[in-house]
Write a protein that binds this ligand. Structure first.
Ligand code: S3P
Length: 186
């Protein structure tokens, strides 16, 4: 569904809109809707990492290790942010890297999609493409990630609560927050 907007608001011209948040928060789905509303390209960081590596994120974790993935993730995001502005969906761990966080605030605005444990558990249970959740009890793992990552995600310029509404409804909340965000106050 296309929203009736005419490109990004003035303060966002030339900047990336970067979605951060845990697995299952809807970064990719919402990112596509926002990109289409603002007539911007959409980029999924995990897809770019997979293209660069020639294999899936799951295979990278299996054949190498997490530090190897994180290093590739940092480099790919750095490369994307040096290109033409877009809506960028990052993998859940990307914003935890200090350098990546700094690059994102230099070249864009970070939007944290904050969701509660029940929603994240529900939305991640039907896919096993997420290596971090295959290591044990997914609910427990997600709960631990909420504890360690939410304080860091809270550095994002904009926070949006994601609930049980439809994706177009959440996208509308994000678009409104971006339009109304007053750089002078922040
Ligand atoms: C990860 C999230 C995944 C992917 C990788 C690690 C994380 O992306 O980057 O499996 O550390 O939270 P999504 O958040 O898009 O599922």
């Amino acid at each position: 569904m296309k929203h009736e907007t005419n490109g990004p608001p003035e303060w966002l011209q030339g900047k990336f809109i970067v979605l951060v948040g845990l697995m299952g928060a809807g970064k990719t789905r919402l990112g596509r809707i926002i990109a289409s509303s603002f007539s911007l390209p959409f980029i999924d960081a995990d897809t770019e990492i997979e293209k660069a590596a020639g294999c899936s994120v799951r295979e990278i974790f299996e054949q190498f290790d997490e530090p190897y993935f994180r290093d590739g993730e940092r480099r790919v995001i750095q490369r994307i942010l040096a290109e033409k502005p877009a809506v960028l969906a990052t993998g859940g761990g990307a914003y935890m890297n200090k350098e990546t966080q700094k690059d994102i605030s230099q070249f864009g605005v970070a939007v944290w999609l904050r969701a509660d444990l029940d929603l994240l558990e529900r939305r991640t249970q039907h896919r096993n493409a997420r290596p971090l959740l295959n290591k044990g009890n997914a609910r427990k793992i997600l709960s631990g990630l909420i504890d360690t990552r939410y304080p860091v995600y809270s550095n994002a310029e904009i926070t949006i609560d994601v609930g049980d509404e439809t994706a177009p409804e959440t996208a509308r909340k994000i678009i409104d927050a971006l339009i109304n965000y007053n750089t002078a106050d922040n």
